[in-house]
Design a protein around this ligand. Structure first.
Ligand code: FES
Length: 355
């Protein structure tokens, strides 16, 4: 089972006036465990005023480069992001879990593909890593990035993006879209919604149909962009997406607490050891119920997004309130998000060691 490790902040610098980039030193003995695929994220944990704060941030650096770098957008009232921006200093240690997440590229030097990236705001963080890695590792592939922001001053990683454009002028297309700044050309103004995707695709991808797309942003943007790309002909399995934040629940988006949800005798298998606790029908989810019995299970967002709490149902059955973090094949294979799971069988065995 993955565990948190203390990592030292090696560098920190502002990206924009409301975002920072943080570099984390990974000691040589942990570099295997912290190796990652472009697009994956890092769960981080700090203690503030007696409370544990956990968040998940995408890695913006490319595999093989150390230290690891993450981008943090500062949210007003966001306990972790404000701490990261205002107080966290070079030399401080924070707890970091090895990278995870299914939103990633698998570059292959033999491929010659056309990739699209659609990113909104800090959604650029994993897309930057994916794009830089593909351009580095697939010399015959091309990448077109469509990047939406309110205005240029809030656009993260702008220097890197132009540096990549200079490095790969023939294989990288960059198109910015600003929603709160006048633009000379209408295509560069507005939001990344379905109409904008159709306009951008028509303008930039004529004659070169895309093979795969990577989409990262808030949930409404993801839904609109992904649906438009599928309408334009991309196979659904070629449209990869990563939501940031915890999606707003709309009416009917999550099942009611299932009437048949039961209490259960729960066993968790971690690092080959077994721990037991009883869950009440009134318990909200496996992670919180375990904590009440002094058993700490891995988690970060507790919103069904990051998949830090992913485990395998070895025996029994659960219902999940929501799932934005697991791919269909994982659900079919019996993986669940413990932070969203409640038992519907009297016995439940959850395996954290199965990958
Ligand atoms: S803790 Fe993030 S999905 Fe469960």
């Amino acid at each position: 089972m993955k565990q948190y490790h203390p990592l030292t902040v090696a560098a920190k610098r502002p990206e924009t006036r409301d975002s920072v980039r943080i570099a984390l030193e990974v000691p040589a003995e942990l570099q295997d465990e912290f190796s990652f695929q472009a697009g994956q994220h890092l769960p981080v944990s700090v203690k503030r005023d007696g409370k544990t704060l956990r968040r998940t941030y995408s890695i913006c650096s490319v595999p093989g480069d150390w230290p690891l770098e993450i981008g943090v957008r500062v949210q007003a009232g966001g306990a972790f992001s404000e701490y990261a921006a205002d107080e966290l200093a070079v030399g401080d240690e924070i707890l970091v879990m090895p990278p995870g997440g299914q939103f990633h590229a698998e570059p292959d030097a033999g491929k010659a593909k056309t990739y699209l990236g659609f990113a909104a705001g800090s959604g650029i963080t994993p897309v930057l890593s994916i794009m830089a890695t593909i351009l580095r590792d697939e010399p015959d592939s091309r990448f077109a990035l469509f990047y939406g922001n309110r205005r240029q001053s809030t656009t993260m990683f702008i220097d890197e993006l132009f540096a990549l454009k200079n490095r790969y002028p023939d294989r990288l297309q960059l198109q910015f879209v600003f929603s709160q700044e006048d633009q000379e050309f209408p295509i560069a103004a507005g939001r990344l919604d379905a109409d904008k995707v159709r306009d951008l695709y028509t303008a930039f991808c004529r004659g070169t149909p895309a093979d795969e797309a990577f989409v990262c942003g808030p949930d409404t943007m993801i839904d609109a962009v992904s649906a438009a790309l599928v309408e334009l002909g991309l196979p659904p399995e070629a449209v990869h997406s990563e939501r940031f934040g915890v999606p707003r629940k709309t009416k009917g988006s999550a099942p009611e607490k299932a009437a048949e949800t039961t209490g259960a005798a729960v066993t968790v298998v971690m690092d080959g050891h077994r721990k037991h606790f009883d869950m009440d029908p009134s318990d909200d989810n496996v992670v919180d119920a375990a904590a009440e019995h002094g058993i700490e299970l891995p988690y970060s967002c507790k919103g069904g997004v990051c998949a830090t709490c992913r485990c395998h149902v070895r025996e029994g059955e659960v219902v999940m309130a929501t799932n934005y973090g697991l791919e269909p094949w994982e659900v079919e294979a019996g993986f669940v998000l413990a932070c969203q799971s409640r038992p519907v069988s009297a016995e439940l065995v959850l395996d954290y060691d199965k990958t």
